[in-house]
Design a protein around this ligand. Sequence first.
Ligand SMILES: [Zn+2]
Length: 225
Amino acid sequence: MPKSRKRKATVPAAPPPPPRRPRPRMEYRARSDEAWYGARVVVQDRWLRVMFENSTENADEWYNPGADFASLGDVEALRARFRRECPPLDHARCGDLRPGDKLCLACDIHGDVEELKYYDAVLETVERAAHGVEQCACRFTVRWTEGPRSGCLDKVGIEVVCCVPESPIQDPVLSEFLDDLTKRFAEDQGTATAASQQADPTPMSEEELCGYSLAYSSSNNLFVL
Ligand SMILES: [Zn+2]
């Protein structure tokens, strides 16, 4: 039986914090080989550290907010390297796929299962096969858009197919890091715009000129305009 809660006469305790939702798993497109990996991020001494699942820290990739971003474009390029985890295609959902859908596939680089890497591809056609919900027997023709086979067509089975989620990744650490950079570039741009406006003033009307000369002459008696 749940314990009864007695009201205290003193100041009521703060309500319990809402349960923390686990951060959604995310994927990161590595700089080293441009393949997708499960990863997580932390900010360490202001740097963004990307840590790969099932890898040692030697494989970590780092981003220096002071040196690795020359423009807003660089910030957006990093943002595009992250996304939600791509779930494997469900055997019962193969009928939901449409030509043009974005997929992420295991690419057998050297004919070695140990060397499987994940790259994106686009679905071209599906060769349907009658099957139940247990084991999809369809064949999927895909065109690789990334990786060593980029541009090539391949026919694959469901075992290598993952679906790319459309909704963007919502990771608080990553968002804060990227949003700070975005804000910095927006402020720099604002300063630059203000400076250029100052350097290139719009012509003043006669009235403004008059006010200007009066103000100027009153503040500096040596010159009368
Ligand atoms: Zn199927």
